[in-house]
Design a protein around this ligand. Structure first.
Ligand code: ATP
Ligand code: MG
Length: 601
């Protein structure tokens, strides 16, 4: 492609709309254009990158025996009602774009395709002989994200590879899951990325596990906790660890103490001269279940520890049936306004005890009359602890479960693991922390969807059984941008060779020099002919502008038809290292070929 004929517009200044380097660079180098919130046009250079990523993904998927297909983006609500996800996706999470068509039918734009694929499996899979089966597609997904941001990282319209596998049993599912683990590792490695597979939260479905593939970068939205020995790595949402030991309590007898202005643990510990590990803190949450019932939840946890709301959410989904509900619509810390809706009197916030009376709740048909009391394991183990007294400016010290306070029946692990905690597999290892961008997620679904939607098969003995399912997603557009986030310098993007839009760019410093142009044209034809994807910068621009643009756009190799032409040579510069060498004209193509091949290994 000749730059003189391309829609090629670069920006010198950082666009105001962009916060992170990769987003700025993709906008500045003319790869993407914002059309609306979370909506981007992929311009020709970007589209080439996306197609390269897609091709790597496709090759790795095909190698496992999975088959490519294309499913509809427009999805009828009936399917989502069958699986029980319509309300969650349109109301609770509200992530699905849903609307009514002219025939008054409810439809939605697919945020994911479990429902569609399960319908197909239900209709078409009859016998164990057809199993296992794995279908995938590469397609635009729609999600009305609460906070679309960082360009392609979190769009409302983005490209995903999603695959779904069907199995007669768990063993067969596990085999495909392992194959996917390998295929995903290959995809990331081949795309030239530094990545880490991590244990991930599978939500309340449980399942036998899921793995996320994290691209390591400071701008990552996820925290990855791992140990140096490489034996443990998990998403912060899911991570487990040993908490630090509690310090011995300085209190030996039970007493109520005046502790003015101590609603925070920090103030309280300063005032009482004790450690936060001596305190049981009681945190109030408000959960709304899908049947409209609001439950006030009180979580007691050791004072130095924080609550992992993903773990808490999962516990509360597990408890949903106690409230005749299936799932959760929202989980929040109730603010003053929210409290007004149910509190019969002002709450002693900051001084709440594990036994705060249920009569603080003014119950209605939509509000459960009692607190749901949960205690984290870290608080269970404490002796002679400090906690609230249910009276502002007072705490109690030297308290014990089974004496002054009844231990809540529901003992849970809702603690946030953090950097520095000891690891469970080897307490000599401590957790380290890194930031990651989730590029892929593989998931053992089990029979959740097949049971809900009646997708069964007949086994060898003639019994009808639900299909086991797995699902596997890669954010193709997110991955492409994440590659930039991992690889750039002050002058621009440094694409990994495998996913660069072009391998090489020929920069002609002076287009009115006939010899420069003639050599450039010849190389341009020759390189493209041997499969070295080459751009020709034949614009009538100053050499400095062209060099700047080539750096910004990040093409791996630059060929300059400049001064060395006199000796029958051109300058070849590697973008990543800026290493430059002069090569005789007939050596350019074989040398680049060799470099590209070795970069693609
Ligand atoms: P996240 O936690 O980042 O919202 P998710 O858990 O919702 O991701 P999945 O439903 O597992 O993601 O989707 C599979 C992949 O699609 C993700 O691993 C990610 O790479 C990509 N993806 C998800 N949401 C977006 C988005 N809004 N924009 C771009 N890519 C996305
Ligand atoms: Mg999401």
């Amino acid at each position: 492609m000749r730059l003189s004929q391309m829609l090629f517009v670069t920006l010198r200044e950082d666009p105001a709309e962009a916060e992170i380097p990769s987003h700025k660079l993709l906008l500045r180098a003319g790869y993407i254009r914002r059309i609306g919130s979370g909506i981007y046009a992929y311009l020709p250079l970007m589209w080439r990158v996306l197609q390269k990523v897609s091709q790597i993904v496709r090759e790795e998927m095909n190698a496992t025996g999975a088959q490519e297909c294309l499913l509809p983006q427009l999805q009828p609500s009936e399917l989502w009602k069958e699986s029980g996800r319509w309300d969650t996706y349109t109301k609770a999470e509200g992530i699905m774009f849903a609307f009514t068509d002219r025939q008054e039918r409810e439809v939605a734009l697919g945020p994911t395709h479990e429902e569609v694929i399960t319908t197909i499996a239900r209709d078409m899979i009859r016998s164990y002989r057809q199993l296992p089966l794995h279908l995938y597609q590469i397609q635009t997904k729609f999600r009305d994200e609460i906070r679309p941001r960082f360009g392609l990282m979190r769009g409302r319209e983005f490209i995903m590879k999603d695959g779904y596998s069907f199995h007669p049993d768990e063993e067969s599912l596990k085999k495909t899951y392992q194959d996917m683990y390998q295929a995903y590792s290959n995809m990331m490695r081949r795309s030239g990325l530094k990545f880490r597979p991590v244990e991930a939260d599978s939500g309340a479905i449980g399942g036998s596990g899921s793995t996320e593939f994290m691209i390591l970068a400071e701008a990552g939205e996820d925290e990855v906790l791992y140990t140096e020995d490489g034996k443990y790595s998990a998403n912060g949402e899911k991570a487990v660890s040993l908490p630090p030991d509690a310090e011995p309590s300085p209190f030996t007898s039970y007493e109520k103490r005046e502790t003015p202005n101590t609603p925070t643990i920090e103030n309280l510990c300063k005032f009482l001269k004790c450690s936060a590990t001596n305190v049981v803190k009681n945190v109030l949450y408000q959960v709304v279940y899908d049947n409209g019932i609001t439950v006030l939840v009180l979580v007691s946890i050791r004072g130095d520890q924080d609550i992992n709301e993903v773990k808490l959410n999962n516990e509360l989904v597990r408890l949903a049936s106690q409230y005749n509900a299936k799932t959760i619509l929202s989980l929040t810390v109730p603010d003053t306004d929210a409290q007004k809706k149910w509190a019969s009197k002002p709450l002693p916030l900051g001084y709440i005890a594990p036994d705060i009376a249920d009569d603080y709740i003014q119950s209605t048909k939509d509000i459960a009359p009692k607190f749901l009391r949960l205690v984290d394991q870290t608080a269970v183990d404490l002796k002679n602890f400090v906690t609230g007294s249910n009276e502002t400016d007072y705490h109690v010290v030297g308290a014990n479960w089974g004496e002054q306070f009844q231990l809540p029946k529901l003992v849970v692990d809702v603690r946030k693991a953090k950097i520095g905690d000891r690891s469970l597999h080897d307490p000599n290892q401590t957790l380290q922390s890194a930031r990651g961008i989730e590029a892929g997620h593989i998931f053992q679904l089990g029979t959740k969807y097949s049971k809900a939607m009646g997708a069964t098969y007949t086994n060898e003995q003639g019994e009808e059984l639900p299909l086991y399912m797995g699902c596997y997603g890669v954010g193709v557009s997110r991955l492409a941008q994440a590659a930039v986030e991992q690889s750039y310098d002050k002058d621009g993007i440094i694409w990994p060779v495998a996913i660069a839009p072009y391998h090489a760019i020929i920069t002609v410093p002076n287009v009115s020099d006939a010899e420069q142009m003639q050599v450039a044209e010849k190389l341009y034809t020759e390189l493209n002919q041997v499969g070295i994807e080459t751009l020709l910068d034949d614009r009538n621009e100053r050499a400095g502008v062209k060099f700047k643009d080539a750096d910004l756009v990040g093409i791996p190799y630059r060929i300059v038809t400049g001064r060395s032409l006199k000796e029958g040579k051109v300058e070849v510069v590697e973008r990543a290292t800026r290493k430059s060498q002069e090569l005789p004209l007939d050596q350019v193509s074989p040398t680049l070929k060799e470099w590209i091949q070795s970069a693609l290994k």
